[in-house]
Design a protein around this ligand. Structure first.
Ligand code: ZN
Ligand code: FE
Length: 256
């Protein structure tokens, strides 16, 4: 089966909106349309026709374009069944383990509560693509607005277990600031130092640092490494429980 075609649209100050198209059937989804106009322009330019909106969570910078896109294209809006009242125009409610069909392609729904209670991710296994909203960022993770640190650690642990070649399509370009924090808690990690150098060069050229791969995140993202002894020590919790170490690293990032 031909792989999903993915097109990245930078919007607002640092959001990424994604178009994902099944080349066989031409079914096309937009993931987390913060705004409608740039999405409609990109569809026009590419000659793609929108059939679905996939929402990861209810924040305005992820659903702000829902209703205008639905009016303009008649697309179907997919979101967490448990968040039906917070996702504008939602047509299809899904839950952990459900399969979402996009033409001949299939996304698995992964429940990843923490940033919000209701956040989900869409994993297109055959195309090795993960749309994870504000749960995992390149070298970072989302703030805990609604869920607990324990929930977020368990969510990130699920994502961490996906294949290493999975491309991580997160919803924000926060990587440069994330790299500075990551280096402060994991300074002895050579893969992180090397990656931080590459990120600085990309951003100096105004190029995106997203997507990354899950293998890169596993090796360098401090929020996926709360069970590594160096990070436990940096958090002041040597030999500590991973969820507690994660909570402490997340707290330090909030104050960084
Ligand atoms: Zn958010
Ligand atoms: Fe966001």
């Amino acid at each position: 089966m031909p792989a999903l075609q993915i097109h990245q649209i930078p919007v607002l100050s640092d959001n990424y909106v994604y178009l994902a198209r099944d080349p066989e059937t031409e079914a096309t989804a937009v993931v987390d349309p913060a705004v409608a106009r740039p999405v409609l322009e990109a569809l026009d330019r590419l000659g793609w026709k929108l059939t679905h909106i996939l929402n990861t969570h209810h924040h305005h910078d992820h659903v702000g374009g829902n209703l205008e896109l639905k009016r303009a294209t008649g697309c179907t809006i997919v979101g967490n069944r448990a968040d039906a009242r917070r996702i504008p125009g939602m047509d299809v409610g899904v839950a952990e383990g459900d399969a979402v069909a996009l033409g001949a392609q299939t996304a698995q729904v992964i429940e990843v509560y923490g940033h919000t209670v209701g956040h989900i991710a869409y994993w297109f296994e055959d195309s090795a693509a993960l749309f994870c909203g504000d749960t995992m960022f390149a070298l970072g993770c989302g703030r805990l607005f609604e869920g607990t640190a324990a929930q977020m650690w368990s969510s990130l642990s699920k994502l961490r277990d996906l294949p290493g070649d999975t491309r991580v399509y997160c919803a924000h370009e926060y990587t440069l600031a994330n790299a500075a924090f990551a280096l402060s808690v994991d300074p002895g990690n050579p893969a992180l130092r090397e990656r931080a150098g590459r990120i600085r060069a990309l951003r100096a050229d105004r190029k995106p640092t997203v997507p990354s791969t899950l293998a890169e995140e596993r090796a360098t993202n401090p929020f996926l490494r709360a069970d590594v002894e160096d990070l436990k020590t940096a958090a002041g919790l040597p030999g500590g429980d991973a969820a507690a170490v994660f909570a402490e690293i997340r707290r330090q990032k909030d104050e960084f």
